[in-house]
Design a protein around this ligand. Structure first.
Ligand code: ADP
Length: 298
């Protein structure tokens, strides 16, 4: 099973180009789709999940034409949307049982075993009799995975799953995802660089609807080795540094700005050569793309 996306484009009625000629080959395993808010990730996820139509292009999953054989896709798809609504007055066990019926698990005993196994797998067994309305963000997300796993999906799509989770919940959730990524295509859409770095064997960076980079996260980090330079600068000089250097990111460390500059050689006095990280890959690609938009080739 392998997901192949070719020449996918989508412009919304208001003129926003959400996807521009997207081409991606997604193998079995965890695939990270990384991009800032508004990049087009949800549009792409919803299109693959058969929830909306592109203007042009094709999507195939193994032998299945995703855009035409929607029912076939839905049988083998587990989708965890960004906003996962739950019925607040129903328990985890009841709702899983209900979803299992909807997905065609009609044998009572088989269904009971399946529901128990999924509650165990997602670490929710102890909470199975609690109403979903009282679940924390992390528990809701794990419940989302439990319901997505009911029909043993071959393709799992999770859209921004760790936004709003505290660090412990996030870890638990990412561990769960990495377990299921072993024999399934799992697409993790996120703006959180560390989610991709920790979990994904392949990734794509998307911005303004365009794929800027695809590959293995570690390879892309190696690709910029030696080119990332950091410097702590006084707040009042920050703007001048941004004008004069190729600053790809800035952050405050104990109140003082630290900039990262992308450069083949030492950019100036006081710069320290840093170990490159996926965040540097991400910000350098986004910066390049912004510059290409600002100065179009004539
Ligand atoms: P992401 O998931 O990366 O945040 P989205 O796919 O949600 O990105 O959005 C991509 C772009 O398309 C954004 O500029 C967004 O405002 C716009 N957009 C998303 N959905 C719609 C819609 N239904 N109608 C019009 N514009 C939309």
């Amino acid at each position: 099973m392998h997901l192949s996306i070719k020449n996918l484009s989508k412009t919304y009625g208001n003129g926003v180009k959400a996807l521009i000629d997207v081409n991606l080959e997604i193998p079995i395993g965890m695939f990270g789709l990384l991009g800032p808010n508004g990049a087009g990730k949800s549009t792409l996820m919803r299109t693959i999940a058969t929830l909306q139509e592109p203007d042009t292009g094709s999507v195939t999953l193994g032998d299945i034409d995703v855009l035409k054989q929607k029912e076939e896709v839905r049988k083998i798809l587990g989708y965890l949307p960004q906003e996962f609504g739950v019925y607040p007055k129903v328990t985890a066990e009841e709702l899983l049982d209900h979803v299992a019926v909807l997905k065609g698990v009609i044998n009572g005993r088989e269904r009971r075993d399946l529901v128990q196994a999924l509650l165990q797998k997602t670490n929710l067994y102890a909470h199975r009799k609690k109403n979903l309305g009282g679940f924390s963000g992390g528990m809701k997300q794990r419940f989302g995975i439990a319901q997505a796993l009911i029909s043993e999906p071959k393709l799992i799509i999770v859209d921004e799953p760790t936004a709003g989770l505290d660090p412990a919940e996030r870890n638990r959730f990412l561990n769960l995802l990495s377990e299921i990524g072993e024999n399934t295509v799992v697409i993790l859409s996120t703006h959180i660089v560390d989610d991709v770095k920790e979990l994904c064997t392949q990734m794509a960076i998307i911005h303004h609807g365009e794929v800027l980079l695809t590959g293995n996260p570690m390879d892309s980090i190696r690709g910029i080795e030696g080119k990332i330079w950091s410097k702590s600068v006084p707040k009042e000089e920050l703007d001048s540094y941004k004008e004069n250097f190729n600053v790809i990111s800035e952050r405050l460390i104990a109140g003082t700005p630290e900039i990262h500059v992308y450069s083949d050689t030492k950019p100036g006095e006081g710069f320290i050569n840093e170990f490159s990280d996926l965040e540097d890959v991400y910000f350098s690609k986004i910066k390049q793309s912004a510059e290409a938009v600002a100065t179009p080739q004539l």
